[in-house]
Design a protein around this ligand. Sequence first.
Ligand SMILES: [Zn+2]
Length: 173
Amino acid sequence: MSDIYPPEFRVDPDLPTADLFAVTSVNGKVGMGVKAKVRFQRGRLVAKFTGQLSNQILQHTLQVSPQAHLHDPWFVGLLTHSCAPNCVLDMQRLEIWALADIEPGELLTIDYAVTEDTLHRQFACGCGSSACRKWITGRREPVNEMGRAYLDGLAARKVKRMETRQAKRSATR
Ligand SMILES: [Zn+2]
């Protein structure tokens, strides 16, 4: 029996349980996250999820169809974003699948860009993956003004670093 969701949502016996997952705060910055307590193999079902249907985009919603969003502030809505995630969601079957081997203590991560056409809020990403897009938007929205300023700032710092490196190289020559 799931003990992560409130009682009124515990209809499916395959909903997540606290012996397999820990809902936990993640280094203050990211907010809440979900950690695996056991090992999940790549390609396997990790958990099912549920929630309340809503026509609004909220902080913890995931899009089910163009107009419908699933509000789940208990479990799947708390998953951490990564540009190289270890999980993917099946929004038709409401299932989480492992894209990589997940070890106990590891955070479950998904790519937020594939969860909503328009995100509740675009944000800067420092997930550390080599595929990091640095600024995360929904799958059908342009980078907003804040994002453009942020990305321009990153690009300017990168140019500066390259110039410094080049200057050092010509100095040692
Ligand atoms: Zn990233």
